[in-house]
Unconditional design. Structure first.
Lengths: 217, 451
């Protein structure tokens, strides 16, 4: 496990160990804001585990559109962390996985990247960029044995969305985890989680601009 | 790397309705998150899975924010040799059972539902079918990590800050946020229970049979037909159990069954005297043999009501209350009869009525159990429920008993003060030391403690 808060990582490691992954969990410090930590963190993980089969990237930051409009520094940071730095992390992970002869790179993007929508203009734009990058990566490297999986979570009740009032079809983290695991097993390139968001987003993608301009989601 | 920018966002989200299990509700805001230490800083109450029946997990009107602990559910330590277990307070008993029963471990004390968090089990100092020999959950807790009113995060135990520890067990979350819970698991020989059920003809026989079963069975409880009157008052079924030996038990662990969910509130007329009478008659007749025994799964023995999700919707939109009291041994054999007669005399219909003997006092300052007999009555909320609870409380006061705060939503402050006397004074004194400004409060503490 890689993350920026080592104390917190150790707690999650203890949890996983007691649940059955005893002896298989190691933690290394890595911060998505610091591009120069990526290669060494991934390298340490590879060494500790004796090779890598799959890398799952679920880190990122979130802020509401109002917060981002009020704070340009935060907006710049969010776009950098969620888009360019995540791309750079994937580039580093891709290199290692290809070196291993292939594997799975599973990255959390968002349904927010599907359409330009009023409440998630900046966040959604960064996620849209990430989604396109992952799509291209999958096209290029599937033949080399590298499977790139784009996860598009809808509204999930976690601390990320703690301040927001949940819409219908808001999902639980456990349900999302189960769907993502099954997508990794099947090698499905795109997975919506929880499941109903696939159909909700199909409708939203099909909406004419004239309607999108009028609605508030 | 989830956000640090969401809590305390630009506009506070609007208030929404937060309910207890009996559908009693208040307006508030639930704050959720994995990092309890960070998000508990300015919140005056924690809640877990919301299984307390009344207003214990509801915010007070002047402090609408409640911390929901259910995402803080990591296991932090488990010692295979001693069974010592530590986890974050939002960790649910259902998870503990799922992960640890196959490995031969079980909670030392389990309430009648597995959908409770460790934090809630401590705050209510829950008891189970083994109260008469193993006491309450709090008796098995070795240490708690807490956030207290002055903002400090500290560890408390019987040795360290023992006053805080004693007040927190059974303290209904009013002493601070419980962040982590450490307690000892019990090893079990199988996941099956050897159960004996016995038909009981009246309430006095019930009290006797519970007492005589206590030395022989680690788990006992009884179901009572709350509508039977006169000479049949308190008839029902006594259920006793012990863990089945591996050679008695079926070779495979019990299957997890499909659990239907009630999707809507039943109209309130469905549960009326007639339908409850039919159900009770059938349930009583089910035990047509004087005594029967056999192997049952731990789920059906411990958690029969968990078989239907959201069963509380059966009681309709107005919900229900559970009246649970304990009557001390000194009150004598017929104390339970006198309390039941208050219910039947007022025409109160209780759909579910449970009786159980308690063997010992809890460790917490306000722990509910004490040696004696406990009655738990589910009562649908109607216009006269307040009067009914008042009369029951007056009878319980005469018997020298008290009520269980985790179930309560109708008890008046003067009744509560009369029941708790010296214990309440001790609890208040500890709160004065740790939280003189009463930062921690709930709808229950406003109602019963005058916060």
């Amino acid at each position: 496990m890689l993350g920026r808060n080592e104390v917190d990582l150790e707690r999650s490691a203890a949890d996983l160990s007691v649940r059955g992954a005893d002896g298989l969990v190691r933690c290394f410090s890595c911060d998505l804001e610091q591009v120069d930590t990526f290669a060494s963190a991934i390298g340490s993980a590879r060494e500790a585990l004796g090779g890598l089969d799959a890398v799952v990237v679920s880190a990122g930051i979130f802020a509401t559109q109002e917060e981002l409009e009020a704070d340009p520094v935060l907006a710049e940071r969010l776009v950098r962390v969620n888009f360019s730095n995540t791309v750079m992390f994937c580039e580093a992970a891709k290199k290692v996985l290809l070196d291993e002869g292939g594997g799975t790179l599973c990255v959390f993007s968002s349904v927010a990247g599907e359409r330009g929508r009023k409440p998630v203009i900046i966040y959604g734009a960064a996620k849209a960029g990430l989604t396109r990058y992952l799509e291209g990566l999958d096209h290029k490297h599937r033949a080399d044995g590298l499977r790139v999986i784009t996860v598009k979570p809808g509204f999930v009740k976690t601390s990320m969305t703690a301040g927001l009032s949940p819409p219908p079809f808001a999902g639980e983290p456990d349900a999302v985890a189960a769907r993502v695991l099954s997508a990794i097993d099947r090698g499905a390139p795109v997975v919506y989680a929880p499941a109903p968001w696939r159909y909700i987003m199909a409708i939203i993608r099909a909406m004419p601009r004239a309607i999108m301009r009028r609605v508030e989601f | 790397m989830s956000s640090r920018y969401t809590t305390g966002a630009m506009g506070e989200p609007p208030l929404s309705t937060i309910s207890g299990w009996g559908r009693h509700s208040a307006q508030g805001r639930e704050r959720v998150g994995e990092d309890l230490e960070r998000i508990s800083a300015n919140v005056s109450l924690s809640r877990g899975l919301g299984r307390s029946y009344g207003d214990a997990s509801l915010p007070s009107p002047d402090a609408p924010d409640v911390l929901n602990t259910t995402y803080a559910d990591r296991i932090l330590r488990f010692d295979e040799d001693t069974g010592l277990f530590r986890a974050e307070s939002g960790f649910a008993l259902s998870e503990l059972n799922r992960l640890f029963m196959p490995r031969g471990w079980f909670t030392p004390v389990s309430p009648g539902t597995k959908f409770v968090t460790l934090g809630g089990m401590v705050a209510a100092d829950v008891h189970g079918k083994n109260q008469h020999c193993d006491g309450n959950f709090g008796d098995h807790v070795t240490s708690l990590k807490m956030r207290v009113a002055d903002g400090r995060v500290l560890e408390c135990s019987p040795e360290q800050h023992s006053d805080l520890f004693k007040a927190t067990i059974g303290g209904m979350g009013l002493t601070g946020h419980i962040l982590e819970v450490e307690f000892g698991l019990q090893s079990i020989p199988s996941q099956w229970i050897w159960q004996e059920s016995r038909r009981i003809h009246d309430i006095d026989e019930f009290q006797e049979s519970l007492e005589s079963a206590a030395p022989n069975w680690p788990y006992t409880m009884g179901w009572i037909d709350g509508l039977a009157r006169g000479s049949r008052t308190g008839r029902g079924t006594l259920m006793c159990g012990r863990w089945a030996d591996p050679e008695q038990a079926p070779p495979k662990p019990p299957k997890t069954r499909f659990r239907p969910r009630l999707r809507f509130d039943w109209p309130s007329w469905i549960l009326n005297r007639a339908t409850i009478r039919i159900f009770n008659e059938l349930y009583y007749r089910k035990q047509w043999r004087r005594v029967s025994c056999g192997i049952v799964s731990h789920e059906s023995f411990y958690y029969p009501l968990d078989a239907i999700r959201s069963w509380n919707r059966m009681y309709g939109r107005r919900g229900f209350t559970q009246y649970q009291c304990v009557l001390p041994r000194e009150a004598g054999r017929s104390s339970a009869r006198r309390v039941l007669e208050v219910l039947t005399a007022r025409g109160g219909a209780s759909f579910l009525c449970v009786i159980k003997d308690f063997g010992r006092e809890g460790r917490g300052v306000l722990s509910f159990p004490r040696p004696g007999i406990t009655l738990a009555l589910d009562i649908a909320v109607r216009d006269d429920t307040q009067d009914l609870v008042d009369s029951l409380n007056e009878q319980v006061l005469q018997e020298g008993g008290r009520v269980y705060l985790a179930k309560d939503s109708f008890t008046r402050r003067e009744h509560f003060e009369a029941m708790e006397g010296a214990r309440l004074a001790e609890f208040n004194a500890i709160r004065d030391r740790w939280d003189p400004n009463r930062r921690f409060r709930s709808a229950l503490s406003v109602r019963l403690l005058g916060d």
